[in-house]
Design a protein around this ligand. Structure first.
Ligand code: GUN
Ligand code: ZN
Length: 445
């Protein structure tokens, strides 16, 4: 067991997201192995109330620091680190001119391995301890990322990118060349083999990953939906309703579906543990479809601002009531830092505020990148929080990390003011340390 005395930020289990934060100015966090040997939170609360329960336990005193849950990034692309900041008039030219050429390089195993190493290190440096991310259409890219995440004990979910049309030939899923299996069939065989190899190993999970409807044939989407039914605990990830030209294209390819989002539902790809990036250009029928299916939206504000895709409608999401959380969407997104993402989400909600009066509190933004994102993944009570039983993933925040942060956080007169100071001024320099739940000998009682 280990104990840490510090200021501690975490969230009530069932609170309203906008006011669910708990902040102990002088708290105690006790961690130790659960019955399976994973290090989890055993207790959390005020120092003065908890100290007597653990009289023998040595306590590490982290003075002037704040412990907070590790961040959960609901959507990114590990092969797109080098694509960050590539300008284009919109999504489709950006894919063609920058993203697809970079993803072609993942045909080489060594390229995958170094990219995976950099990506995982960058997540950890920024305080992200759980990530749902795309790989490329090369099985080697998935293998490299799972291997690296396992070594670093990151909670990571990824999968083979399914795309069997409308992309450069080198990026389409490949057939083995002999034996009569076509590329579409092979992509589904490869996905299932990867599920069996990796899903549930240590802290890893598999996501069935159709890139988006325009690059998948009906046969591939149907096969992906069949896999999703066969493996209900496996995740699904894709993109939807990000960009007007993309939507026109998807509607032309699948005219029988009521909407772009409904296309995925028609192929059995909308269910709990399905996470759809963007979800910008929705009507209320789409919102209700997402809500009723139990699927979730990955809100990616830096990407949507950078690529000019549009503004996520927070008021619409809350009015209809579907699940959502925050995501970097690197490399359409411009930063690995959850602070940058939360600030961009604040700007986006402010834009909507002129129409609806809605603005997001810093507690709500922080929740969206931790406990809220975990809930969207179906991992509430497992990650994204520091309640007893949660895996012991946390960040040590130094609110004096820069002269301006020190000056500003010292003036904070309320929790919202403190969180706002960090959210507006923060980046990787705020994250002094990222602590990942270790695997230990199981608890004996
Ligand atoms: N839609 C299909 N592929 C992508 C991608 O790589 N990034 C983004 N932002 N949208 C996509
Ligand atoms: Zn994306």
């Amino acid at each position: 067991m280990q104990a840490f005395r510090s200021a501690i930020l975490y969230f009530k289990p069932h609170g309203q997201p906008g006011e669910s934060a708990i902040f102990e100015t002088d708290g105690l966090l006790v961690v130790g192995p659960n019955a399976r040997g994973t290090q989890v939170v055993l207790d959390v609360g005020p120092w003065h109330a908890l100290r007597a329960r653990f009289p023998e336990l040595p306590v590490q005193h982290l003075k002037d620091r704040i412990l907070a849950p590790g961040f959960v990034d609901l959507h990114s692309h590990y092969p797109q680190t080098n694509v960050i900041g590539s300008p284009a008039s919109g999504l489709l030219p950006w894919l063609e001119n920058y993203t697809f050429p970079e993803e072609k390089r993942f045909a080489a195993h060594d390229y995958c391995a170094q990219a995976a190493r950099f990506f995982v290190a960058e997540l950890l440096r920024n305080g992200v301890t759980t990530a749902l991310t795309f790989a490329t259409s090369h099985p080697a890219s998935v293998q490299a990322l799972f291997a690296e995440a396992r070594q670093q004990r990151l909670r990571l979910i990824t999968g083979l990118c399914l795309m069997d049309r409308h992309a450069p030939p080198e990026l389409l899923n490949q057939s083995p060349g002999s034996g009569g299996t076509d590329a579409t069939e092979q992509s589904l065989i490869d996905s299932e083999a990867l599920i069996r190899q990796w899903h549930g190993v240590d802290r890893l999970g598999y996501a069935i990953t159709p890139r988006f409807a325009p690059t998948c044939s009906a046969a591939q989407l149907r096969g992906a939906g069949e896999l999703a039914a066969k493996y209900p605990d496996v995740w699904i990830q894709s993109h939807v309703a990000e960009n007007k030209d993309e939507i026109t294209w998807a509607r032309r390819l699948f005219p029988a579906s009521r909407s772009y989002l409904a296309t995925y539902a028609d192929f059995g790809l909308l269910r709990r543990r399905a996470v759809y990036a963007h979800c910008i250009h929705f009507d209320d029928d789409d919102r209700a479809l997402l809500r009723d299916s139990g699927a979730a939206a990955a809100v990616s504000p830096t990407s949507n601002l950078f690529l000019g895709s549009g503004f996520f409608d927070y008021a619409g999401a809350d009015r209809v009531g579907f699940q959502y959380g925050l995501a970097s969407d690197v490399g359409g997104g411009t930063s690995f830092s959850p602070f940058h993402t939360m600030l961009a989400a604040y700007y986006v909600a402010r834009e909507g505020q002129t129409k609806t009066g809605l603005s997001l509190s810093p507690q709500h933004l922080w929740w969206q990148h931790t406990a809220g994102a975990a809930q969207a993944l179906g991992l509430a009570g497992v990650v994204g929080n520091l309640l007893p039983g949660c895996e012991a993933d946390f960040v040590v925040i130094n609110p004096q990390a820069t002269p301006l942060l020190a000056r500003k956080t010292a003036l904070a007169g309320s929790l919202d003011e403190l969180l706002f100071s960090m959210l507006v001024l923060g980046d990787d320099r705020l994250i002094e340390k990222t602590v990942i739940a270790q695997q230990m000998a199981p608890a004996t009682s």
